[in-house]
Design a protein around this ligand. Structure first.
Ligand code: FAD
Length: 383
């Protein structure tokens, strides 16, 4: 069954899609269950991804990457997440947040921080969420106070991909307190993780995407050079909103990949399992269930690729990105749920791919903004 066919993918993105598929078949899919069960960080697969030039390659050529555009990134994302969401997240997070620097930072920042990520020598992370605040981006409390030629950071971040493993992170921190301008109170900074006052530890083990690692970071009078500010003071919220428009199209790709995995698995199982002297796919209600999965999947994928074009053209990008993210990630949840039902008792066996996919599907409906927040954006930005 070919669900991720490339007829919907623009021609210039088809080669990278084929490369990603080959890599996923060889390196991601066969190792998915092992990493899910051990919860280890897939360092070797990340290294293979770097060698294959499939990690951090959205970074422009002038800073050492391949300059992959949103279509190429989305095509790659669908393939990686179908093979395994946990490993795929680790591959994608290796350069998380770099876009903010290469889009809005200085040449010096790009040379010093972005290039080593593109060249596979370093990894990054993006630190926005906090223990006490997640959805309310304008309410984040970690502060960065200017002191001469430095900023002094205090506070905590939670859920931060690569908070422990990264060489540097992009930090979203409070630099103002103007209640009349909630969206101008935050700024973005580059924070090397070996700076004094930066302490990170892994958060408790997750039930899904266990091959990716998140951290709790504490900043205690952590001093960074003022030159590590990205853009201008007060730009943080807007830089993040812009970043999320691309990010949410990518997360929509997470949903599509996970949904494809659930359908593949359900299809195979129902055409193999026999009850009442026939395969269960002979029952019409099962056939209708499979048909509904396909209808939902194709609807979601069509919307995602349409949104990709809208976002790339900056045509009401926030609206389309939120819509694609919502539909694709909820489709993943729905088809994974149906796939579980069709697996009967075997659905709950840890060794089953459907059980892993079912758990993984719970995450993209939350990260990069819970889907309730996406609905706020869709309503608020409706054309
Ligand atoms: C695996 C994983 C990886 C992550 N990686 C990162 C990372 O690398 N960097 C980073 O900064 N963050 C990361 N996050 C954090 C993620 O972005 C947050 O979990 C998400 O934004 C939701 O915040 P929260 O968990 O604090 O939930 P809350 O904001 O506490 O919300 C809880 C629930 O309340 C409801 N809710 C909240 N606000 C509203 C509203 N306005 N209207 C209606 N309902 C509402 C929703 O149902 C929501 O799910 C990650 C999260 C996960 C699970």
């Amino acid at each position: 069954m070919e669900l991720l066919d490339d007829s919907i993918v623009p021609e210039h993105a088809r080669d990278i899609k084929a490369e990603a598929r080959e890599f996923a078949q060889e390196h991601i899919k066969p190792n998915a269950q092992e990493y899910f069960q051990s919860g280890d960080y897939p360092e070797e697969i990340l290294e293979a991804g770097r060698e294959a030039n499939l990690v951090a390659q959205d970074i422009p050529e002038e800073w050492g990457g391949r300059g992959l555009d949103l279509a190429q990134l989305l095509a790659m994302t669908e393939e990686f997440y179908r093979a395994d969401a946990g490993i795929a997240l680790t591959l994608q997070l290796a350069s998380f947040g770099c876009e903010i620097t290469y889009e809005h930072g200085s040449e010096e920042q790009c040379e010093r921080y972005v290039r080593p990520v593109a060249e596979g020598e370093q990894r990054s992370g993006l630190a926005v969420s906090e223990p006490e605040t997640g959805s309310d981006l304008a309410g984040m409390q970690t502060t960065a106070e200017r002191d001469g030629d430095e900023y002094v950071i205090n506070g905590e971040k939670y859920w931060i991909g690569n908070g422990v493993e990264a060489d540097w992170i992009t930090l979203y921190a409070r630099t103002g307190d103007d209640e009349d301008n909630r969206y101008g109170n935050h700024s973005m900074f580059i924070v090397p993780t070996d700076t004094d006052g930066y302490e990170a530890e892994h958060i408790p083990e997750k039930m899904a995407m266990r091959a990716s690692k998140q951290a709790h970071i504490e900043f205690d009078d952590c001093r960074i050079p003022a030159a590590n500010l990205i853009g201008s003071e007060g730009d943080g919220f807007m830089l993040l909103a812009d970043f999320f428009n691309h990010g949410r199209v990518a997360v929509a790709g997470h949903g599509i990949g996970i949904a494809a995995a659930a359908i593949e698995e359900a299809w195979e199982f129902t055409h193999d399992r026999e009850e009442f002297g026939r395969t269960i796919s002979d029952f019409q209600s099962v056939q209708h269930g499979l048909a509904d999965m396909l209808v939902e999947f194709e609807s979601a994928r069509t919307l995602v690729w349409r949104a990709r074009e809208k976002v790339a053209n900056e045509d009401n990008a926030g609206y389309w990105a939120a819509m694609a993210k919502t539909k694709a990630t909820e489709t993943a949840v729905d088809v994974a749920e149906q796939g579980m039902q069709f697996h009967g008792g075997r659905s709950v066996l840890d060794e089953r791919r459907i059980a892993r996919v079912y758990r993984d599907a719970r995450i993209p409906v939350i990260y990069e903004g819970a889907n309730e927040i996406q609905r706020n954006l869709i309503y608020g930005q409706a054309p």
